[in-house]
Every structure is written in structure tokens, then in C-alpha cells.
Write a protein that binds this ligand. Structure first.
Ligand code: B12
Ligand code: SF4
Length: 452
């Protein structure tokens, strides 16, 4: 049986060539191990799916790509007439947006559920509702009704999942991605993973080491940079120490440069020196705001002082930070926005760069519930409007959440923050220019029209 997996995304999404979707690699590895299916491809474009002539397709979708996922499914059905299974954070957060163009959707952790569905298909050649009802964590359409089965429990033993099959990606650079845990112990108001992963779970240090050794073996000449995509890589300090010791004793820290996500309030000299020992050159963290009031509103549990201190400690240890900031909270006043602006002005010299995002009500986050209750969003929006855009900010498609300042005033502030971003992120701006020249598109994502 041949299976094709694809992430719903326009091929001209600006960063597509620099990344690869780990979730699809996990699903492929699990199917290879448990269903003994070897014929699997991870496609980057829909044309590759058509050319492979698979018998079943799996599509992964973030919320902002959901219109693209539905469009992909329509075109696959039209051209190949085969079953299409959806999964990923959008449908897990908003199962009520299930579109019957999909034969089945998988919510939550996907490995075991997908494996059971593929087994059902290989054995029966069809998805019988009576059989599907026995599989936890799925949604399907039966006799005009949407059926949702009981939720799938997440595994306690992440190590039972084999690492993502990286042979299936088109790797173009020496940059690789690794996920060493699932979930985050914190509950920031704007962040979605909480709903997806109720608690945080870790792959063991031994598993992570083996996965890294596997990447080295597979790409001996093409492995210079490792991006740790975990929500909070440093959450488990004991495991971090083990990994640090191994990086140092094996001299891996002389071979590869690392990057990952941290939290400012967890950064002290000991933590920064562990990260520096491993050869972390840059770290990302959500600084979010220069205003204590807004940090509290976001339930960030870190203060502006923590952010400043983290920047100082990290730069003392030779690690450059890329903090991200959010503007546009309902409670935010001009003073709060000024506090964020001033924070960046005063501390930019300790940053490798920074990100600024207008606040987006992401499905799965408390901000989505808030915006929904206020009538700002609903389940029928054009999902591409959830793209967090600063430089390409479009007031006509942005979901304004601000309540203490007018839309016009907020739009003026966006322009001010755009200038601030351009002033200090010259490297990122040059990179953007280069990508634009190469045909990359920025702005709201929508399905590509034929001929486009
Ligand atoms: C790493 C990451 C990225 C990386 C991806 C790197 C890579 N090479 O994989 C990069 C930096 C590229 C990225 C970009 C963006 N990201 Co991001 N990202 C994440 C992060 C931190 C981890 C994702 C991950 O790898 N998880 C581990 C895998 C195993 O879990 P998973 O993806 O959920 O997959 C499991 C299930 O969902 C399911 N599943 C998934 N797909 C499918 C498909 C099928 C067929 C089946 C059966 C099952 C299934 O099975 C999988 C295995 O169990 C998440 C937060 C999070 N904790 O999930 C945010 C997150 C997914 N990102 C988010 C966003 C908003 C973005 C951006 C828009 C940010 C931006 N400013 O541009 C872009 C959009 C990218 C795009 N593809 O269009 C949001 C999405 C919210 C939403 N409701 O859609 C999240 C949840 C963070 C948040 N803000 O709350 N991201
Ligand atoms: S923003 Fe960061 S710290 Fe907060 S819940 Fe999300 S991943 Fe965790």
C-alpha cells in the first residue's frame, strides 16, 4: 500500500524550503514500524502526491492553513478519488470545523490512531462506520451526522514512538529539526499547545542522543545546525544536565550549533552556562510585553525584569536571544504599547534580532475563546486571516482585539513597530528581500488558484 503525507501549505510560503514538518515524519516512522508499510512519501507539493498515485493521503494542517487543507482534499478527491485523512493542531483544537470532504480526521496525538485507521483500510478496503466507532480520537461523517469518538489518551511513554523518518524529506541545508518533548507546563493566554498536549512529556536523554546520532549518520556532510522545536526545551533540568554532559564529552558541541526555546524566568547563570556548553548560539523566548500589567494579563508568569535579566545573562554567556513580543491585547493602552517599544529600544543591543506579532486568537488558546465570545471570530472565518503579520499587517483582515484604544490608533502603533523592526532587524530584512526576489510570498495565506 502506498501512502502520501503532506502539510497543507502554499508551496511559495516563504520559509518552506528551510523547514521540514516533523509531525509527518513521526507518522511515517510509526506506520513503517507497526503496519509494516514501507511505501510512504512526504510530499512538499500537491503535484508530487498526484504523481505518486497513492492509495491513501494524510494531510496535516495548522489553523491558518485550514482552507488550503480543504482545497487539497477536494483536488485529491477529484483527481485520485482516494481516502483523505486530516490531522494536526487545527482540527484537534476545533473538531466542530470538520469538513466532510475528509473521510476521517484525527484529533490529538496521531501515531496510534493513524496506524489503526491504516490497518482498517488495508484489511477492509473501506472505512465502515461500525468499525470506525471503535477507534478513539477520530471524527467522521455518517448518514448526515458528524460522529466523534472518545478522545485518544496521549502516551506516557514517548520513547515508544520512533524518531521522524528524515529519509523522506528533501533536506536542502545543514539545518535539522528535533522535538525532544511534547507540551509545556505553562498556560499563556495566547498559546495553543495546552489544549493539544494537556501535560508535558519528555523523550528520554538516551532517546534524544540516539536520534541526534542518527542524524549525524544519515547526513555526515549536511548537519551543522540543530533547531530544537520543543515549546520549552529546558523544562526538565535533570535531563538537560545529562544532555549537556554528553554534548561536552562527545565533543558534539564542536560540530553543531544549537537553537531552541527557553523562558526568561528560568534563565540563571547555571542554566545559561549549560546551554553555552552545548553550543547554543541563539535562543528564542516570549518576552511578549514591556508592561507588567499586560504580562499578567497574558498569564506569562515572567516579568519585564526577568526578560531584561535573561537578556543580560545570556549575552554574558555568549548566547544571543531572539525574544518575541506581542501587541494588541484587549487590555493594552498606549502606555503599555510604549512600554514594549521602549523595552526594545533599551535592550536591542543584547538581542540577535526580535519578532513582533500582532495578537492573534489562535484556535486552541484561551484568546480564541475570548474572541469567539465577543463575536470577533467564529468557525466560518477565512482561516488565512489568522496569519500573524507585522510587516504585511492588513487592517481589513486583522481581527482587532484591542478595547482600550481605537483600531486607527492601534494601526498607527503597528506602523511604529514596523519601523522599529526594520531599524534593528537589518539581517532579517535583507533575507526577506532575497526571498521576495526568489518569488516567496508574504501576507495572508489562501489556496492557490489554478494558473497562479
Ligand atoms: C516547531 C513549530 C513550528 C516550526 C515547524 C518546524 C518543523 N520543522 O517542524 C516552524 C517555525 C516552521 C513553525 C511555524 C509556524 N508556526 Co508553529 N509551531 C511549532 C511547535 C512549537 C511544535 C510543532 C511540533 O513539531 N510538534 C510536535 C508534533 C509531533 O506535534 P503535532 O505537529 O501536533 O503533530 C501531532 C498531531 O497533531 C497529529 N498530526 C499532525 N498532523 C497530522 C496529520 C495526519 C494525517 C494525522 C493522522 C495526524 C496528524 O499527529 C502528530 C504526532 O502525534 C508548535 C507548538 C506545539 N507544541 O505544537 C507551534 C504551532 C503549531 N505553530 C503555530 C503557528 C501559529 C505557527 C506560524 C503561523 C508562526 C508564524 N509566525 O509564522 C508558522 C506557520 C507554519 C506553517 N507550516 O504554515 C501554532 C498553531 C496554532 C494553530 N491553531 O494553528 C502553534 C500551536 C504554536 C502556538 N502559537 O500556539 N512552527
Ligand atoms: S507561550 Fe511558551 S511558556 Fe507560554 S504556554 Fe506557550 S510554550 Fe508555554
Amino acid at each position: 500500500m502506498r501512502i502520501a503525507l503532506i502539510e497543507a501549505c502554499n508551496p511559495d510560503w516563504q520559509f518552506k524550503r528551510f523547514s521540514y514538518p516533523l509531525q509527518l515524519g513521526y507518522l511515517a516512522s510509526y506506520l513503517k514500524k507497526n503496519n509494516k508499510i514501507e511505501d510512504i512519501i512526504i510530499a512538499e507539493e500537491l503535484e508530487e502526491v498526484f504523481a505518486a498515485k497513492p492509495e491513501l493521503v494524510g494531510i496535516s494542517s495548522y489553523s491558518l492553513n485550514y482552507d488550503i487543507a480543504v482545497d487539497f482534499a477536494c483536488r485529491i478527491k477529484e483527481k485520485l478519488g482516494i481516502p483523505v485523512i486530516l490531522g494536526g493542531c487545527h482540527i484537534s483544537a476545533l473538531p466542530e470545523t470538520f469538513d466532510p470532504i475528509f473521510d476521517v480526521a484525527v484529533t490529538g496525538e496521531g501515531e496510534e490512531t493513524f496506524s489503526q485507521l491504516v490497518k482498517l483500510w488495508t484489511e477492509n478496503g473501506k472505512f465502515e462506520p461500525a468499525e470506525m466507532e471503535k477507534i478513539n480520537g477520530i471524527i467522521f461523517f455518517d448518514k448526515g451526522n458528524t460522529v466523534r469518538t472518545a478522545p485518544r489518551e496521549t502516551t506516557r511513554q514517548l520513547d515508544r514512538y520512533p524518531p521522524p523518518d528524515r529519509t523522506l524529506y528533501k533536506i536542502r541545508t545543514g539545518s535539522h529539526y528535533i522535538s525532544t518533548s511534547r507540551g509545556c507546563p505553562f498556560h499563556c493566554l495566547f498559546c495553543a499547545p495546552r489544549l493539544m498536549w494537556k501535560n508535558s512529556r519528555f523523550f528520554s536523554a538516551r532517546y534524544v542522543m540516539n536520534e541526534i546520532l542518527g542524524i549525524i549518520q544519515q547526513f555526515p556532510d549536511k548537519f551543522t545546525h540543530l533547531s530544537v522545536v520543543d515549546d520549552l526545551f529546558i523544562a526538565n533540568k535533570a535531563r538537560l544536565k545529562t544532555l549537556r554532559d554528553w554534548f561536552v564529552s562527545s565533543r558534539l558541541n564542536e560540530l553543531i550549533i544549537l537553537q531552541g526555546n527557553v523562558r526568561a524566568d528560568m534563565i540563571d547563570d547555571e542554566m545559561a552556562s549549560m546551554l553555552a556548553d552545548m553550543n547554543f548560539k541563539t535562543v528564542n523566548f516570549g518576552a511578549e510585553s514591556g508592561s507588567e500589567k499586560i504580562l499578567k494579563y497574558y498569564n506569562k508568569k515572567a516579568t519585564a525584569q526577568d526578560n531584561k535579566k535573561a537578556l543580560e545573562i545570556l549575552s554574558k554567556h555568549g548566547i544571543l536571544s531572539i525574544p518575541s513580543f506581542i501587541i494588541g491585547a484587549p487590555e493594552e493602552t498606549e502606555e503599555d504599547l510604549d512600554a514594549t517599544y521602549n523595552f526594545i529600544e533599551e535592550n536591542h543591543d543584547k538581542m540577535a534580532g526580535f519578532e513582533i506579532f500582532p495578537l492573534i486568537p489562535m484556535p486552541g488558546s484561551q484568546m480564541w475563546e475570548y474572541a469567539k465570545n465577543k463575536g470577533i471570530v467564529d468557525n466560518n472565518i477565512h482561516w488565512g486571516r489568522l496569519e500573524p503579520l507585522l510587516l504585511d499587517f492588513d487592517p481589513d483582515s486583522y481581527f482587532f482585539l484591542t478595547e482600550k484604544i481605537s483600531r486607527d490608533k492601534f494601526t498607527e502603533y503597528v506602523a511604529k513597530f514596523q519601523e522599529l523592526y526594520k531599524k534593528y532587524n537589518t539581517g532579517a530584512m535583507q533575507f526577506r528581500e532575497m526571498l521576495i526576489k526568489q518569488g516567496a510570498k508574504f501576507g495572508i495565506r489562501k489556496p492557490k488558484q489554478s494558473g497562479e
